[in-house]
Ligand binder design. Structure first.
Ligand SMILES: Cc1cc2nc3c(=O)[nH]c(=O)nc-3n(C[C@H](O)[C@H](O)[C@H](O)COP(=O)(O)OP(=O)(O)OC[C@H]3O[C@@H](n4cnc5c(N)ncnc54)[C@H](O)[C@@H]3O)c2cc1C
Length: 235
C-alpha cells in the first residue's frame, strides 16, 4: 500500500489488469475494480489509464480516469459510462477477465496536500478523477472545507456514488455534498455563496459541459490559476 504522506507516480508502462468486481452505480454507469499484475504501479490522484482493445483485428485504446485513491494500488477502480463500443466492452468485462492497459497518464492531479478550501464540480462519469482526489484527501484527514457539487445528465435523479458521498458527509466534517438534482449544477454552485477567488476549483464533465461549468465558475469569481478542469471526449 502506498504511503499517504509521499505521493509518487510510477513511469508510464504496460500492465495487465484482472477484473475483481463490476457494479452498477446508476442505470448507465458502472464501477469496475481491477487488480494490476505488478505492485510497482503508482499514480497521482486524478490520473488515468488507457485500456487496450482489439476489434476486427485492429488494436486501439481509450482513456479512463482512476476513481480510487492511490492507497488502493495495485487495485484501481474505473467509473465508466456506457456510451459506445469501448465503454460497453469495459462495462461487460467478466470477473477474472484480463484487460491490458497502459498508464498512468494525466496532469489534473494532486501531488501534495492543497492549502486552500476546494470546490469540486462533476457531471456523469466525470466524478471519477474527482473521487480519487477526494478519497485521498479524506485518508489524509484534510482539514480545509471541501464542497462536491454533483449532477448526472444521463439519469438526473441517480448520481454515481451518491450513497457513498452522503455517508462521507456524515463522518467527515470538512466534506459538504450538494446534489444537483432538481437544479442545474450552476445554480447549486451559485447558491453556495462562496467567494470562489479564495478556493481551488476542480471541474470534470463531458465535452462542452466542462467549458460551460468553467465559465460559470469564472463568473462567480474563480481565478484561472486556481481552476483545473478536465473534459471527457472520445478520441
Ligand atoms: C482524460 C479523459 C479521461 C476519461 N475518463 C473517463 C472515465 O473515467 N469514464 C468514462 O466513462 N469515460 C471517460 N473518458 C471518455 C472515454 O475515453 C471514451 O471516450 C468514452 O468511453 C466513449 O468511448 P466509446 O468507444 O464507448 O464511445 P464513442 O463511440 O467513442 O463515443 C460516443 C459519444 O460519447 C461521448 N462521450 C465520451 N465519453 C463520455 C462519457 N464519459 N459520458 C457520456 N458521453 C461520453 C462522445 O463525445 C461521443 O459523442 C475520458 C476521456 C478523457 C479525454
Amino acid at each position: 500500500m502506498q504511503s499517504l504522506d509521499v505521493l509518487r507516480r510510477s513511469p508510464t508502462a504496460d500492465y495487465v489488469a484482472t477484473v475483481l468486481s463490476s457494479v452498477a452505480l446508476t442505470p448507465t454507469i458502472k464501477a469496475i475494480r481491477l487488480r494490476l499484475d505488478r505492485d510497482e504501479f503508482s499514480f497521482l490522484p486524478g490520473q488515468s489509464v488507457w485500456p487496450k482493445f482489439e476489434r476486427d483485428g485492429r488494436k486501439f485504446s481509450k482513456i479512463y480516469s482512476i476513481a480510487s485513491s492511490p492507497s488502493s494500488c495495485p487495485d484501481i477502480e474505473l467509473c465508466v459510462s456506457r456510451v459506445g463500443w469501448s465503454s460497453a466492452v469495459v462495462q461487460d468485462l467478466a470477473i477474472g477477465q484480463a484487460l491490458p492497459l497502459r498508464g498512468p497518464y494525466g496532469l489534473m492531479t494532486l501531488s501534495e496536500l492543497p492549502q486552500r478550501p476546494r470546490v469540486y464540480i462533476a457531471e456523469g462519469s466525470g466524478i471519477a478523477p474527482l473521487k480519487s482526489q477526494i478519497d485521498w484527501l479524506h485518508e489524509c484527514d484534510y482539514r480545509h472545507p471541501i464542497w462536491l457539487v454533483q449532477a448526472n445528465p444521463e439519469t438526473p435523479e441517480q448520481l454515481p456514488y451518491q450513497p457513498y458521498w452522503q455517508r462521507l458527509q456524515q463522518t467527515w466534517s470538512a466534506f459538504h455534498y450538494r446534489e444537483a438534482i432538481s437544479q442545474c449544477p450552476e445554480t447549486v454552485l451559485a447558491s453556495l455563496r462562496l467567494n470562489l477567488a479564495e478556493v481551488d476549483v476542480v471541474i470534470c464533465a463531458i465535452g462542452d459541459r466542462s467549458d460551460q461549468l468553467q465559465e460559470t465558475a469564472y463568473a462567480l469569481g474563480a481565478k484561472p490559476e486556481q481552476l483545473r478542469s478536465e473534459k471527457f471526449i472520445a478520441f
